[in-house]
Design a binder for this molecule. Structure first.
Ligand SMILES: [Zn+2]
Length: 98
């Protein structure tokens, strides 16, 4: 007995592999080649619950991966405030009249 698509009701679900993308705690995680089911009529893709459970378990054990590369956790310094510089002319430079 074939599995029918829960969305359209007429398409049959066939096994495939897709890249699973999900945000865990603000960190985008993508997992290639995750077992999924694809409808041959409306092309709905449903990820395999067991595969998603494994991903949740792997990510959940140590929490989401760091969102910032090591050594880059310090925020970038503010750009210099050019309005407070007194060595700049009041007006921007202009091209001479032809
Ligand atoms: Zn369908």
């Amino acid at each position: 007995m074939a599995n029918y698509c829960p969305a359209c009701g007429v398409g049959k679900l066939t096994q495939t592999q897709r890249t699973y993308i999900h945000i865990y705690g603000g960190t985008l995680v993508h997992v290639p080649a995750v077992l999924a089911w694809r409808c041959d009529v409306c092309h709905l893709v449903i990820f395999d619950e067991t595969a998603l459970g494994r991903i949740d378990l792997l990510v959940g054990q140590s929490g989401p991966p760091p969102n910032i590369a090591p050594g880059r956790a310090v925020p970038a310094p503010e750009p210099p405030d050019i309005a407070s510089r007194d060595d700049l002319p009041e007006d921007p430079p202009r091209l001479p009249e032809p």
